[in-house]
Design a protein around this ligand. Structure first.
Ligand code: ZN
Length: 198
């Protein structure tokens, strides 16, 4: 549609989640009119997420250090691990203030259509964490949609034989959606009312 750099920018923006062609075009023209300072700050922020942010070597959450703030915190209960799909789900559960254990971020959910199987998720790392016998409960807080449920079922079958209690968030969350779309009261209630998977 447009020439050279403008179209390149629209194409790149259009690759971002939730940004359709119209939004990509609107953002591109906004940036075209923006002053140099704003562009520099945006560029610097983009570069810093690559150079300064890493993934926690224990739980897989985003972190500025080899181990994230939650894994480093001795007040967090090491006997309970809450399994989530993405780092943004950690933020959603932290907002409820109902959870004092630790997390494990899978990096997605099982989805055959998207070519994501158990081997593409951080499941091996989870099993390694569970092998020291400290963890007594694993809370499966994957999203309340098809992929999240499939992942929870898979993990429950895998982990229950290890003698660890496996629980799932109570129903009441918006079905089919992302965990992050639930407000903190609803999510907090689902966490407190979690049920053991038989
Ligand atoms: Zn961590």
């Amino acid at each position: 549609m447009y020439e050279g750099p403008v179209q390149d920018l629209i194409d790149e923006l259009g690759q971002l989640p939730g940004i359709g062609p119209k939004s990509a075009q609107r953002i591109a023209f906004y940036l075209l009119a923006a002053d140099g300072g704003q562009i520099d700050r945006l560029l610097a922020a983009l570069q810093r997420i690559k150079s300064e942010v890493q993934f926690c070597q224990i739980c897989g959450n985003v972190s500025e250090q080899p181990q994230c703030r939650i894994c480093r915190d001795p007040r967090r209960d090491p006997a309970v691990i809450c399994v989530v799909e993405e780092p943004k789900d950690v933020v959603a559960i932290e907002r409820t203030r109902e959870f004092r254990g630790r997390y494990h971020v899978l990096g997605g959910a099982i989805s055959p259509i998207d070519g994501v199987g158990p081997d593409n998720l951080r499941i091996r790392e989870l099993l390694t964490r569970l092998s020291d016998g400290v963890v007594g409960e694993l809370i499966l807080a994957t999203d309340p949609n098809l992929e999240g449920e499939a992942t929870a079922t898979y993990l429950a079958r895998l982990i229950r034989p290890m003698g660890i209690a496996v629980t799932r968030l109570a129903s009441g969350l918006p079905v089919g959606g992302d965990l992050e779309y639930a407000d903190e009261v609803t999510l907090g209630r689902a966490l407190v009312g979690r049920r053991t998977l038989e």
